[in-house]
Write a protein that binds this ligand. Sequence first.
Ligand code: SAM
Length: 211
Amino acid sequence: MPLPAKQTLPRNWPSSITYTPIPVHSPNLSSTELRTLHPPRSTSSLVPALKIPLHSPSYISILPITTPGHPARGQHGLFAAEDLRPGSHIIFYIGFVHGNSDKENHSTSDYDLSLVREAVKLGVDGEQMGNEARFVNDYRGALVQAPNAEFRDVWAEYAHGKETRIERCIAIFVREAGKSGKWKNGIRRGEEILVSYGKGFWGARKEMDEA
Ligand SMILES: C[S@@+](CC[C@H](N)C(=O)[O-])C[C@H]1O[C@@H](n2cnc3c(N)ncnc32)[C@H](O)[C@@H]1O
């Protein structure tokens, strides 16, 4: 998928990875998998979908992790370049959308998220292609007590050539303020955006390390 005209790569984007602002579908997705990805035609106009922008958001940055003791030191992370309000949408997790016939190719990727976890299973892998979201780190061991952001399942709308697609997507949101208001400050400019990958990710990682 070529970059739209005027699209410039985000700062610190690695030259070996393809930047794409919108999802790239595997050519091997079956018709059932494609149906699962999109809302039924009859209801698609009723689905409240968030628009995927074609430009890079200016309120986040990809930065090298230099903090001593940070477990991802030497790698990169995603940081707030402005204050981000509690509960606000940060970015979609964009990548290569794949299904059952491609799953072996993505089983060892550290950038692969589960997009649909029903009878039909789909994943979105940011290892080889994606946007800034592929740089979000997990909060564990990152010198904080808890994540300040979270993954959510959403409907997303974007232009693909002449068609408008509405499909399932994963997006990163700032954590809600909470009843006690503990997270009322949202994410401050300069802070790293940290999610929880979930115990499943780290469990699988441990098994691989021990194998
Ligand atoms: C989705 S990538 C995140 C971006 C990655 N730091 C980079 O620069 O490409 C996931 C990888 O980041 C690293 N990582 C993220 N959070 C971590 C954490 N809390 N502890 C250790 N490694 C982490 C691990 O190597 C993991 O496989």
